[in-house]
Design a protein around this ligand. Structure first.
Ligand SMILES: [Zn+2]
Length: 131
């Protein structure tokens, strides 16, 4: 879905997943004009209308990508939305791994005893029936 801004001509790409069924506000990445859009099943219910709103509004859903009429990308903080991460909670953290003496991966980090509560591995290690 494309929102071509009539004021500045910037093409704002409203990516299908978050905008498939969407009723709310988005913002032109070029000139920061806030638009009210209503999209149902991937097609526009009504044309986007410029509305009053501040460009810093937290409930704005920013376009995923935008480019100018001469196909230069518009990027930057507050212009377009960052790409979604598969696991946002572990992004950038080192993975707990163990390598052998040849440098090959052999395992993740060893589990701590408190992580084995109620598990089969703890029953095997302690030789006791779980309570
Ligand atoms: Zn614009």
């Amino acid at each position: 879905m494309l929102l071509k801004c009539p004021k500045c001509g910037v093409k704002n790409y409203l990516d299908p997943y978050p905008f498939w069924n969407f009723k709310g506000k988005t913002k032109c990445a070029g000139c920061d004009v806030v638009y009210a859009v209503e999209i149902a099943n991937g097609s526009s219910v009504r044309p986007p209308q410029p509305v009053s709103g501040t460009p810093k509004d937290p409930d704005l859903l920013l376009p995923g990508f935008a480019d100018t009429p001469d196909n230069k990308p518009v990027t930057g903080d507050g212009k377009t939305r960052p790409a979604p991460r598969a696991r946002a909670d572990v992004y950038g953290k080192p993975k707990p791994i163990v390598r052998n003496s040849r440098g090959r991966l052999v395992a993740g980090r060893p589990l701590k005893p408190e992580e084995l509560v109620g598990s089969r591995a703890r029953y095997v290690a302690e030789g006791k029936e779980p309570r």
